[in-house]
Design a protein around this ligand. Structure first.
Ligand code: FAD
Ligand code: DHB
Length: 389
């Protein structure tokens, strides 16, 4: 098989990129290791920046998002009984959209056939070849046969554990990493949310987040130690813990119900530089990870894809070679700012096992400052709604 752009991974980054290129008539094949059902079964991000919703609109795929998504004007930081509202709409003139990653993925998947976006699911042992040459290719196994796709460019949208990043020789790359000493246990349940706006809570027993997917479906998280297991957290224990950590007002409105999904995710900050090597271009979690505090992971994947699609469209439609050459620098400038915000909000809102009384006083002082300063709230708000592209 031959195509212009071969994309590894059909998560949000791969699907968005595929659609943006197809919209300009560029030939694309996406190769995905998992099945479509498996991809749709993963419960991940829930809050979309304008950058991300704009991409869906540009593709003409935003109708369900606007009909079913929940635009939010603000969110809360809680510390014990104190609740600080960050009025993002008043401070930035922008909203965020609560619409799950699963639904974004579903909308992009559903539109693929009619737009000539070919997605090969269940592709095993994907391997990248000759990325430093003008004729890169990838191979994979499907239905017992080995297949090869030759392409002008390979785009690594295969998440943190995919093979694309490994195809960049360590001698030309740098990786920056911070692993946090805790994870997030998430629960999805068909119960009305306890609050109209999200609450990020710093509690003596650890962080908690109240979020949602709709007026009838809630998503909650609690900080857990890295050695804790799902089996340690029957639903009742989790609801009890949320009621304590989220504070009295939220607890009074907390509706309990059976979990539809429960999983533990580790927290990590990670950046891989450069995001281009030869004709291999990385986007999304394959190149960087943020801790989920602040909901930047999916949105950062979308902004990478914005820059990458511009570079590839420039290459094919305007014979512009500078876009590809400049992609990594452009994307990384925004990546590092999101890394900073996610790291900072994680430090502010979690209890670290090795944190001492001084660290806690720093958190209280920072929350005091945020509560009393419009400048501080504006800084948080403009990062939360998404920095300009
Ligand atoms: P992914 O969504 O990981 O997609 C990569 C795709 O590549 C997958 O479909 C994978 O199956 C495929 N792939 C992997 N290996 C191969 C291979 N060898 N061959 C072919 N295909 C392959 N962000 C938030 O903002 N809020 C959250 O609450 C949140 N929760 C998260 C929970 C978990 C458990 C994880 C892992 C991430 C979470 N994130 C969250 C981050 C957010 O979901 C990611 O940033 C986002 O999914 C990135 O999109 P992506 O397309 O780059 O990567
Ligand atoms: C959700 C996840 C986040 O990491 C976040 O910051 C906000 C919301 C969610 O899954 O709803």
């Amino acid at each position: 098989m031959r195509t212009q752009v071969a994309i590894i991974g059909a998560g949000p980054a791969g699907l968005l990129l595929g659609h943006l290129l197809r919209a300009e008539g560029i030939d694309v094949i996406i190769v995905e290791r998992a099945s479509s059902d498996y991809v749709l079964g993963r419960i991940r991000a829930g809050v979309l920046e304008r950058t991300t919703t704009d991409l869906m609109d540009r593709l003409g795929l935003g109708a369900r998002m606007h009909a079913e998504g929940l635009p939010h004007d603000g969110f809360h930081l809680a510390d014990g009984e104190r609740l600080i509202r960050i009025d993002i709409a008043a401070l930035t003139g922008r909203q965020v959209m609560v619409y799950g990653q699963t639904e974004v993925t579903r909308d992009l998947m559903a539109a693929a056939p009619e737009r000539g976006l070919q997605i090969i699911y269940d592709a095993a042992n994907v391997a990248l070849h000759d990325v430093e040459s003008d004729r890169p290719s990838l191979t994979f196994e499907k239905d017992g046969a080995v297949r090869r796709i030759e392409a002008d460019f390979l785009c690594g949208c295969d998440g943190f554990h995919g093979p694309s990043r490994q195809a960049v020789p360590p001698s030309v790359a740098s990786a920056y990493e911070k692993v946090y000493p805790f994870g997030w246990l998430g629960i999805l349940a068909d119960v009305p949310p306890c609050t109209h706006e999200l609450i990020y809570a710093n509690h003596a027993r650890g962080f908690a987040l109240a979020s949602m997917r709709s007026e009838t479906r809630s998503r909650y998280y609690v900080q857990v130690a890295l050695d804790e297991k799902i089996e340690d957290w029957p639903d009742d224990r989790l609801w009890d813990e949320l009621a304590v950590r989220l504070g009295p007002e939220a607890a009074a409105n907390l509706t309990r119900g059976p979990s539809l999904e429960k999983s533990i995710a580790p927290l990590r900050s990670f950046v891989f530089e450069p995001m281009r090597h030869g004709r291999l271009l990385l986007a999304g979690d394959s190149a960087h990870i943020v801790p989920p505090t602040g909901a930047k992971g999916l949105n950062l994947a979308a902004s990478d894809v914005h820059y990458l699609s511009e570079a590839l469209i420039g290459h094919y439609l305007r014979n512009d070679r500078d876009g590809i050459a400049g992609y990594s620098r452009k994307a990384l400038a925004r990546v590092w700012k999101s890394e900073r915000f996610s790291w900072q909000l994680t430090r502010l809102m979690h209890r670290f096992p090795d944190g001492d009384a001084f660290d806690r006083r720093m958190q209280v002082a920072e929350l005091d400052y945020i509560a009393s300063s419009t400048a501080a709230q504006t800084s948080i708000a403009e990062n939360y709604v998404g920095l300009p592209l």
